[in-house]
Design a protein around this ligand. Structure first.
Ligand SMILES: *[C@@H]1O[C@H](CO)[C@@H](O)[C@H](O)[C@H]1NC(C)=O
Ligand SMILES: *[C@@H]1O[C@H](CO)[C@@H](O)[C@H](O)[C@H]1NC(C)=O
Ligand SMILES: *[C@@H]1O[C@H](CO)[C@@H](O)[C@H](O)[C@H]1NC(C)=O
Ligand SMILES: *[C@@H]1O[C@H](CO)[C@@H](O)[C@H](O)[C@H]1NC(C)=O
Length: 365
């Protein structure tokens, strides 16, 4: 009886699934419905095949400021972060020499920002008398490893900040620029100094950051961190690990159940740094595996890193191929972090406005 009941239920579910799969198109396909093109899927979703059939999976982050409010300190929110945001498949060669290096993303930076990415990891090098974004070795950029002049990408950031006056963008530099004031010049030339959030306002001893609403009101909506310590003094560019703890990147940072700091960072449980960055990407990007890694594995690692960080949830969740997933992917991971940070629920969509204490509403999906 129970067996037949269950069989009947399974058959019903199966028939329904087929019906839904066939029934939807023209922007009507919902989350995880089968699809044949992006146009089939609802807004916020796109048609993607991870391991098997193509399904509508998420393509955009939740705007936590719009969903709840922006009246909390900056360190109470989580932000989707692209690792090597500039290393984009299909970026034409700007040196005349074909590039021989790997890619980490598929969308350009404007698309990343429009889809809700709010932190960019960029590698800056001295090259051709200018600052370039490059993948390289030993701090030296070559014509076959160069992506593009930094100003091109920074102008995309400027255009986004200008068009979106309530948004905040964080830029995290793996910085090899030795030219004095080289970074200052390129940020100035890109028109970004007017958005600069000053080092003097960054909390030094584990205190809260200013409220997002204040940062927006003051138009101080660009945070820049460098990996070169001396630039905090010389150029007023924050030394990343004065303000942030960060776990190990690459394959060593993807071992289930293990989350520990990278060499340059304090231990993750050093709460004198108010921001927590979680890296979750392979040493050498593997496009075909990214969709699985960006799904459940990433959320598991957020929990592991939370426990290792003195019970702090990630503010920055850094990934390769941010849109590749089996469903919710990196967007759901950031929703988890935001939910925990903002209201103690495991999904920001469960936060009840005005409540900070685990009063979670049930979700529709
Ligand atoms: C980014 O990609 C979109 C979609 O392909 C394109 O329309 C846009 O021109 C690109 N922007 C830049 C700055 O490359
Ligand atoms: C931080 O973690 C280390 C292990 O990584 C541990 O030895 C230390 O006691 C912890 N400190 C605090 C304040 O919890
Ligand atoms: C903003 O959201 C937080 C977290 O949910 C809440 O504590 C606060 O009361 C909210 N403020 C307003 C004005 O809704
Ligand atoms: C939880 O949220 C619901 C819906 O807004 C509200 O009616 C209820 O009073 C809240 N409970 C607590 C303990 O805050």
């Amino acid at each position: 009886m129970a067996f037949f009941g269950r069989m009947f239920h399974l058959i019903t579910v199966f028939v329904l699934m087929i019906k839904v799969a066939i029934a939807c198109s023209n922007g009507e396909c919902k989350f995880l419905d089968e699809c044949s093109s992006n146009a089939d899927c609802e807004a916020g979703l796109y048609c993607f095949s991870c391991l098997a059939t193509s399904a509508c999976v998420r393509s955009t982050a939740t705007n936590q400021f719009n969903l709840l409010n922006n009246s909390l300190p900056f360190n109470k929110y989580a932000f989707l972060t692209t690792h090597n945001s500039f290393a984009i498949e299909g970026e034409p060669s700007h040196t005349g020499v074909p590039r021989l290096t790997f890619n980490n993303q598929e969308d350009n930076v404007t698309q990343q920002l429009n889809n809700g990415v709010r932190a960019l990891m960029l590698d800056t090098y001295d090259f051709e008398g200018d600052v370039w974004l490059c993948h390289s070795f030993k701090g030296q950029c070559y014509d076959y490893t160069a992506f593009e002049p930094a100003i091109d990408t920074l102008r995309e950031v400027e255009a986004f900040l200008s068009a979106n006056p309530s948004e905040i963008v964080t830029v995290i530099l793996e910085d090899y620029v030795q030219t004095p004031n080289g970074l200052t010049k390129v940020f100035t030339d890109a028109g970004l100094m007017k958005y600069w959030f000053p080092v003097s306002k960054m909390p030094k001893n584990g205190g809260d950051w200013p409220l997002v609403s204040e940062m927006v009101a003051n138009n101080q909506r660009l945070l820049v961190f460098t990996s070169i310590r001396s630039k905090e003094q010389s150029e007023g560019i924050a030394y990343q690990w004065n303000y942030m703890v960060e776990n190990q990147y690459g394959d060593d940072g993807m071992k289930a159940g293990d989350c520990f700091n990278r060499g340059e960072s304090s231990p993750l449980n050093d709460t004198s740094k108010s921001l927590v960055l979680v890296n979750y990407f392979r040493s050498v990007p593997m496009k075909s595996l990214a969709c699985v890694q960006n799904s459940g594995n990433l959320i598991d690692m957020l929990h592991t890193c939370h426990d290792a960080s003195g019970n702090r949830w990630a503010n920055f969740v850094a990934v390769d191929y941010y849109k590749r997933s089996e469903g919710g992917g990196t967007f759901q991971a950031v929703d988890t972090s935001n939910g925990e940070l903002l209201c103690g629920c495991n999904n920001v969509h469960s936060c009840v406005p005005g409540s900070t204490s685990g009063n979670c509403s049930s979700l529709f999906r």
